[in-house]
Design a protein around this ligand. Structure first.
Ligand code: SAH
Length: 216
């Protein structure tokens, strides 16, 4: 892996993975992926001890890298299979994207903050992770690459954007936090046919808001 990933970091990651399993994450592929991604390299500076605590953390531009439990929980709800084509809204640090790549998915990720978009793109390529990065408004999705097997939104909106549902394959799954600014419900939408959906709720979470338009 190069770039300062040591046995100490690996040890801290294994402890984090045990903590996530203890908190109810059961998908072995998710736990295995989190045990491989060097989260300390996705943070402003290498606050190693913070990086492997199960906590969200600021990443600049007023945004946060999601709590590892939240990343694991959303990823588990997606039922990721190797070669799944996944659309992610909110690249942020790129950590969630790297977890999906470790699971063998191909990832299309959109970020509306140019700085974060560029930084994540640079970091992931330096770690040899290959994703498709887009600077844009996630409310629009990425129609030219649709349909997607899975869609994950890592910012909160008052409702599931219609355009994202249209870009999901029949049989596909979309996971996103839906609600007001204080707290949201984790929503899973399963697309059961060309125009039919089944929606279920999976607990309360707190995310930064999904904002309209690009931020230069
Ligand atoms: N998945 C990220 C979590 C980042 S927090 C990680 O693993 O680090 C949510 C991100 O969503 C922020 O970077 C924010 O800028 C971005 N965001 C908010 N609204 C957006 C929109 N409409 N389109 C794309 N990205 C958006």
């Amino acid at each position: 892996m190069g770039m300062n990933d040591t046995y100490r970091h690996k040890g801290l990651r294994l402890k984090l993975v045990q903590e996530l399993a203890h908190k109810g994450i059961t998908d072995e592929n998710v736990l295995n992926a989190i045990s491989k991604v060097p989260r300390h390299l996705f943070m402003e500076s290498s606050f190693v001890t913070f990086a492997y605590r199960d906590q969200a953390f600021p990443i600049g531009s007023g945004q946060t890298i999601s709590q590892p439990y939240t990343v694991a929980f959303q990823t588990q709800l997606l039922h990721i299979q190797k070669l799944d084509k996944v659309l992610e809204i909110g690249t942020g640090s790129g950590f969630q994207c790297a977890v999906l790549l470790e699971m063998g998915a191909s990832v299309y990720t959109i970020e509306r903050h140019r700085e974060l978009h560029l930084k994540a793109q640079q970091l992931l390529s330096s770690l040899n992770y290959k994703a498709h990065f887009f600077f844009g408004d996630g409310y629009e999705g990425q129609p030219s690459y649709s349909p997607f097997d899975k869609i994950i939104v890592t910012a909160a909106a008052p409702e599931v954007p219609q355009k994202l549902l249209q870009q999901l394959k029949p049989g596909g799954r979309l996971v996103m936090p839906v609600g007001g600014s204080d707290s949201q419900r984790m929503i899973l939408v399963e697309k059961t046919g060309e125009d039919s959906y089944k929606q279920t709720e999976h607990g309360a979470f707190v995310f930064v808001p999904m904002l309209k338009g690009k931020n230069f």
